[in-house]
Design a protein around this ligand. Structure first.
Ligand code: HEC
Length: 130
């Protein structure tokens, strides 16, 4: 009885989160500008995406990003959010901002290099921005 009720509660919460997702995005956009100080580190290393660098270093970054992503980001959504038809993210810059926002919103304690690795991993695997 309690179990069924808490399951219902969980799915109600999940539905609510999905429904208010876009609002959270707008809110985070307005409030997290200061957190964007993390950005330079992300942009500078993202150059290796542009040049299609296949070095061992790049492969290590991708592997690291994959691990961090799998550990911290798979709670709410599957990879479908990246591949769905009208996905939000349309540029490498938007992807960086979104990963930073999702990180901050979930109190994930990543260094810039971790955040950057996740950006590169998602870009290499799904978005493929130049
Ligand atoms: C608390 C739940 C939650 C967690 C944890 C979470 N996300 Fe999200 N994320 C969402 C929701 C909800 C959406 C979709 C919003 C919508 O469709 O309106 C989303 C969308 C995204 C998108 C945009 C997809 C697109 O192109 O439309 C990216 C990129 C993303 N998340 C990355 C991440 C990363 C990286 C992490 C780990 C740091 C993460 N998310 C953790 C809830 C979460």
């Amino acid at each position: 009885m309690i179990n069924i009720q808490s399951k219902k509660l969980m799915s109600a919460i999940a539905a609510f989160l999905i429904a208010i997702g876009p609002a959270i995005t707008v809110y985070a956009n307005e409030t997290s500008n200061r957190d964007m100080s993390a950005k330079p580190a992300v942009s500078s290393t993202a150059n290796s995406v542009k040049t299609g660098n296949n070095s061992a270093t790049f492969q290590a970054i991708i592997a690291h990003g994959k691990k961090e992503y799998n550990n911290h980001c798979l709670k709410c959504h599957t990879d479908q959010v990246f591949t769905r038809k009208n996905h939000f993210i349309k540029s490498l810059d938007a992807l960086k901002k979104r990963v930073v926002r999702c990180k901050n919103a979930n109190n994930i304690l990543w260094f810039d290099k971790d955040t950057n690795a996740v950006v590169q991993y998602l870009n290499q695997k799904y978005y493929k921005f130049k």
